[in-house]
Design a protein around this ligand. Sequence first.
Ligand SMILES: CC(=O)N[C@H]1[C@@H](OP(=O)(O)OP(=O)(O)OC[C@H]2O[C@@H](n3ccc(=O)[nH]c3=O)[C@H](O)[C@@H]2O)O[C@H](CO)[C@@H](O)[C@@H]1O
Ligand SMILES: C=C(OP(=O)(O)O)C(=O)O
Length: 438
Amino acid sequence: MGSFQIEGGHRLSGSIQPQGAKNEALQILCAVLLTSEKITINNIPDILDVNKLIRLLTNLGVKVEKTGKGSYTFKSDDLDLDYLHSEQFKIDGSGLRGSIMIVGPLLARFGKGYIPRPGGDKIGRRRLDTHFEGFIKLGAKFRYNKEDRFYGVEAPKDGLKGSYMLLEEASVTGTANIIMAAVLAKGTTTIYNAACEPYLQQLCQMLNSMGAKIGGVGSNLLTIEGVEELKGCEHRILPDMVEIGSWIGLAAMTRSEVTIKNVNWNMLGVIPNTFRKLGITIEQQGDDIHIPAHTNGYEVQSFIDGSIMNISDAPWPGFTPDLLSIMLVVATQARGSVLIHQKMFESRLFFVDKLIDMGAKIILCDPHRATVIGHDFKSTLKATTMSSPDIRAGISLLIAALSAKGTSVIHNIEQIDRGYENIDERLKAIGAKIERIA
Ligand SMILES: CC(=O)N[C@H]1[C@@H](OP(=O)(O)OP(=O)(O)OC[C@H]2O[C@@H](n3ccc(=O)[nH]c3=O)[C@H](O)[C@@H]2O)O[C@H](CO)[C@@H](O)[C@@H]1O
Ligand SMILES: C=C(OP(=O)(O)O)C(=O)O
């Protein structure tokens, strides 16, 4: 278990290039299973979860070649489907959340798909009903082995058939999985209440460039006309909007002047404005985000009727749940109070105990809601030793430690490495005092 030692209280300064998006990469990597032709993907982040998925694909027989930093080619022309019944697959498949999205492509192309209970953040119940209900609507037979927690789907002899489906919830990975199954099904599939975040738009665009026929991209109503087969393509992954939000939070909390380069503004949705609700100045400079040093702090806005600010998550185009922990930590130094409401996940706010330990004024109202009363930098957080419970709580604790007085230690930093590329070196480059210790 690795740890970071952080000497807080230093102002940072400089430019940061965001990494490729973790959650897009996980979708796109699964899509390489849909064709026997070569696929080139650029801007793949070098992070634990993505590398685990690449290892899984390699073990499944995908020919993977690294052609440069962040660039790979993939060829799925000779897969070893027996691997799906191996002990190694149980280990590989349960190592991350994104592995669930191999099921759709395997079902579409080979008529069967399996997955052990996938891993990922322990942030509450993470059920998979939407995925499997979608496959069943396409005609697949579903089996679940409770003992092994092993899921399986098999297509009928004459293949999957397109159908209309209204998803119970706009599940991100669920929508991606169903789309990837439907692109090779016979006839037309209509998915209503589809998730529509930028990563799904990117997946659809990639699939269309492979020859798929997906309409309604960017909306919650997708129409997919099945095709016989898909061909190779080249795809570039978007900058990671959650990482971009993390850098914004870091700049504000440490009162540092930071420029985040090439953020792809038109794909950030409500993210910049949500930070502005906490009083953070975000300037658009071309395609960069410039955060000036908040020497005089930042003041939480109130609603038009004067009521207390409330920041909550919602399916896209709402505010992503993956940035709420960062909002919460940033609010601890704001001028004013804010209610943070994590609607989607029920165990994602418990890390506030660590912030309270550091001196933050937070009332955890219930598992979903926390009221934060900002210090307005009149008192800084105190350094402490803590452990990272999940990826976004981890980065939030790291931000807290960088703003705190004294030296903090964060254990279990594998959680942070799951989603943030080379974070210590990139922080050092803008002046942070952080060391990776054994
Ligand atoms: C690998 C990956 O891409 N992971 C992301 C993906 O996870 P993932 O695809 O697993 O998350 P889902 O979109 O399925 O659902 C997330 C949670 O929100 C709840 N829910 C979802 C939709 C809805 O309309 N109502 C509702 O309550 C679900 O019950 C679940 O508890 O999307 C989540 C939601 O953006 C992100 O936090 C994860 O980082
Ligand atoms: C919850 C997240 O990831 P995962 O779904 O991979 O656990 C996240 O990226 O914040």
